[in-house]
Write a protein of this length. Structure first.
Length: 124
């Protein structure tokens, strides 16, 4: 995929996280979609720098891959760590996993927005 395709999907996921949370108040889906938006933005960042985005969902691992290609990228690791736990609970009904709160959703949406900004997804 071209970088713009990654970035477009990232923007769409974040827009849907915001709109969905605003209309439904369901925090778990907002957290999952925020993770998805960040993942897609980081993969776009990797692609834009000539790399091949790995097929993983681990945001800190993707950040390492991105920073190996361009150490000027300033995506905050704290944002990746905040979002990373939301991938599995948003997709699978697994007992014992964390349950998202409204505050979690707000923080996840904000973190994803910062990642999209830093990755360059909002430039295009």
């Amino acid at each position: 995929m071209l970088p713009e395709e990654w970035y477009s999907k990232a923007r769409d996921a974040l827009a849907f996280a915001v709109a969905g949370f605003d209309s439904s108040g369901i925090p778990s889906i907002a957290c999952f979609l925020s993770h998805q938006a960040a993942e897609l933005a980081i993969k776009g960042c990797i692609s834009e720098r000539g790399g091949q985005p790995p097929r993983v969902h681990d945001l800190p691992r993707l950040l390492l891959h991105c920073s190996d290609l361009d150490d000027a990228i300033v995506i905050r690791e704290e944002d990746a760590l905040l979002l990373n736990p939301w991938y599995i609970p948003g997709r699978y009904p697994v007992q014992g996993l964390i349950t998202a709160t409204e505050q979690d959703a707000r923080e996840a949406i904000a973190a994803a927005g910062r990642i999209l900004d830093a990755s360059g997804a909002h430039r295009t």
